[in-house]
Design a protein around this ligand. Structure first.
Ligand SMILES: [Zn+2]
Length: 249
């Protein structure tokens, strides 16, 4: 019988994990959310997108995945039913501890891949990575620790114009809707509503949904499964290149 291929770190035995670390295996840490995504997409949108990309990249490159963390810092969609937002410090500490434990186990090539790309959420992840990197910088190691922090959106935005997605697309818009249609069409409920919210430029408000009544930023009616497949394939290809880059020294 062929040896089964494991994608998730916690499917390995302790001996296999030690071997994977000794082999310099790259680890992806997928981050998602439980967050409103309009009336047409599920709360798990960010989670299933980043996990799908991570799984496909692992199949392609032989990297491993540490179990996903499906929570984010949610601001604009905070008051919508179903949103479970965590505090900045909580996300920072979870990300810092998971990365620190990976490094302690000998996995010192890490990609944090998040499906949610809010600015405070990205900052918490980046500060956590910086904490680990600075600590490791003073330690004599054969291979220096390297960590990348990115969201699916970093690559989605690169292809958006070529695939003729509407300008100003964002949360639960045409890109996210297309991408979910391509992987979990059973979770898409209709076409969604077009909405281009206009949040106050400087004021921090307790009721952002006032400016964002349908919980969408963009035009999800322009979504298509075909474009979603192309977008997902592009992101997989780009993240796989990052894994290859981390395999080198
Ligand atoms: Zn999203």
């Amino acid at each position: 019988m062929d040896k089964p291929i494991h994608l998730w770190l916690d499917e390995l035995s302790t001996q296999e994990a030690a071997q994977a670390a000794a082999d310099g295996t790259v680890i992806i840490f997928p981050i998602g959310s439980v967050e409103e995504h309009g009336a047409h997409l599920p709360l798990c949108t960010d989670s299933i997108l980043s996990e799908y990309i991570a799984v496909e990249v692992a199949k392609k490159t032989g990297c491993l995945l540490v179990p996903a963390f499906r929570h984010d810092i949610c601001n604009a969609g905070y008051n919508f039913p179903g949103t479970i937002s965590i505090e900045f410090d909580t996300l920072y500490m979870v990300a810092r501890d998971v990365m620190s434990e990976l490094v302690r186990n000998g996995f010192n090539r890490i990609i944090v891949l998040t499906g949610h790309a809010g600015s405070s959420h990205m900052t918490a992840l980046k500060i956590a990575a910086q904490k680990i990197i600075r600590k490791q910088a003073n330690i004599e190691a054969k291979r220096k620790t390297r960590i990348m922090v990115l969201s699916d959106y970093d690559f989605a935005d690169e292809l958006s114009e070529q695939l003729e997605f509407p300008k100003g697309d964002g949360h639960a818009g045409a890109i996210e809707t297309s991408r979910v249609m391509a992987i979990r069409p059973d979770l898409v409920k209709g076409k969604g509503k077009t909405c281009y919210p206009n949040f106050p430029r400087f004021e921090v408000v307790p009721d952002p949904e006032r400016y964002f009544p349908c919980g969408v930023m963009g035009d999800p009616t322009a979504a298509s499964e075909d474009k979603g497949k192309k977008m997902n394939a592009y992101i997989i290809e780009q993240v796989a290149k990052l894994v290859e880059e981390l395999k080198k020294d």
